[in-house]
Design a protein around this ligand. Structure first.
Ligand code: AKG
Length: 321
C-alpha cells in the first residue's frame, strides 16, 4: 500500500493526494463502535436527566448524534464535547491508537517522510453536525497552528471520513499547488473561533472540493490550504484527521510537559507543544514505539492535564485587519 512514484510526484505537485479505500469497513468499525459507545452513554445519561425525550438508540452511527442534536442542540453539543475532549483529540482509547497505527497508512506515510515516524500530537475526531457552526472550518493551513520553526518540515495530515463525505455534508475543499509558496497570513478569531485566512487574501488558485468514500484517505501537506463548509444534510459527517512527522522534526517525545515554561525559546519546542507526540516507528529502537493503548492514554492524559502554555505565532485578530 505504499505510494507509487506517480502518487508521490502528484502529492508534491498538488500538495494533496487521495488514496482510495485505505481503510476497509472492517478497519473503521472498532473506532465507530468506540464512538457509538460514548454517544450511547451520553444519550442514556441525558435521557435519565430528562433532557431528551428519546435516546435514539435505534439510529445507526451516521444518524444517532444528529438525531439527538436536532431534538435538543444543547444535548447534542454536550455529547459532541465528550467525543472531542477539550482540545479536540478526545477519545484516546485502543481503537484510536489502532486507527493511527493502521499499517497500510503507515506505509504511505513512510514513502513521504521516511521510516522513523512520530505521531504528531494533533489528531482530531470531528462529528460535523448538521448546520453546526463549529463544524465549519474556515480556510487555513495546518502550519498556521504550529510554531513557525516547523513550517519547513513536512507534517502530513491524513483526513479520513468515517462515513461518505459529500458536497452536501461538508467534505473537505483544498487549494492545489500553493503549498509551495509557504505560510499565508492567518488571523485569530475567525469563523467559530478558528484561525482563518480570509477568502480575499487567499491565492487566486481555484479551490477543489474532495468528495470521498468512508475509508478513503486524503493526504495533505501542512502548507496546503483547506476548509470545510456547512453540513446541509440530517446526518453527521464523521471524520478523523491524523498527523505524522519525521522523528527529525521538532517534537516533545520523552519531554516533561512541565519543561514548557514562558522563558523557554520557542525554537527549542515541539511543533505543537500543548499535546503529546508519540513514537510510531523507530527503526533503531523499536522499544520506543507506542503500541499499548494504556501507554498511549497515559501519555496523552499527562499533557492534557498539564496543558503546557506555549507561545502563539503572533497572528493578529481578524477584527483588527
Ligand atoms: O474536518 C474538517 O472539516 C476540517 C479538517 C481540518 O481543517 C483539518 O484536518 O485540518
Amino acid at each position: 500500500m505504499s505510494l507509487t512514484a506517480e502518487e508521490l510526484s502528484l502529492f508534491h505537485r498538488q500538495g494533496f493526494l487521495v488514496k482510495p479505500g485505505l481503510y476497509s469497513a472492517a478497519d473503521l468499525k472498532p473506532l465507530q463502535d468506540a464512538l457509538s459507545e460514548i454517544i450511547d452513554q451520553g444519550a442514556r445519561d441525558l435521557y435519565a436527566e430528562g433532557m431528551l425525550a428519546n435516546a435514539h438508540a435505534d439510529k445507526p452511527f451516521g444518524r444517532r448524534l444528529s438525531s439527538i442534536y436536532l431534538e435538543n442542540k444543547e444535548v447534542g453539543e454536550e455529547i459532541t464535547r465528550r467525543v472531542m475532549g477539550k482540545g479536540g483529540g478526545g477519545y484516546n482509547g485502543p481503537a484510536m491508537l489502532q486507527t493511527i497505527r493502521h499499517a497500510p497508512l503507515l506505509s504511505c506515510i513512510e514513502s513521504l517522510i521516511g521510516p522513523n515516524i512520530v505521531g504528531s500530537s494533533v489528531y482530531r475526531i470531528r462529528p460535523k453536525l448538521p448546520g453546526w457552526d463549529r463544524g465549519e472550518v474556515p480556510w487555513h493551513q495546518d502550519a498556521g497552528y504550529t510554531l513557525a520553526h516547523c513550517d519547513r518540515h513536512l507534517i502530513i495530515t491524513c483526513w479520513v471520513p468515517l462515513v461518505d463525505a459529500t458536497l452536501e455534508n461538508g467534505c473537505l475543499h483544498v487549494i492545489p499547488t500553493v503549498h509551495k509558496t509557504g505560510i499565508l497570513r492567518h488571523y485569530t478569531g475567525g469563523h467559530a473561533g478558528f484561525l482563518e485566512v480570509p477568502r480575499e487574501e487567499l491565492p487566486t488558485v481555484e479551490p477543489v472540493p474532495v468528495p470521498m468514500k468512508a475509508g478513503d484517505a486524503l493526504l495533505l501537506t501542512n502548507l496546503t490550504p483547506h476548509a470545510s463548509f456547512e453540513n446541509r444534510t440530517d446526518q453527521v459527517r464523521w471524520s478523523i484527521d491524523l498527523r505524522y512527522q519525521s522523528a527529525d522534526a521538532p517534537n516533545n517525545v520523552d519531554e516533561d510537559p512541565a519543561s514548557y515554561t514562558p522563558e523557554r525559546d520557542p525554537v527549542t519546542m515541539a511543533c505543537y507543544p500543548p499535546e503529546a507526540d508519540f513514537v510510531i516507528r523507530d527503526q533503531n529502537d523499536p522499544a520506543r514505539e507506542i503500541h499499548s493503548a494504556d501507554q498511549f492514554q497515559r501519555l496523552r492524559q499527562r499533557y492534557e492535564s498539564t496543558r503546557p502554555n506555549t507561545p502563539g505565532r503572533g497572528w493578529t485578530p481578524l477584527q483588527e485587519r
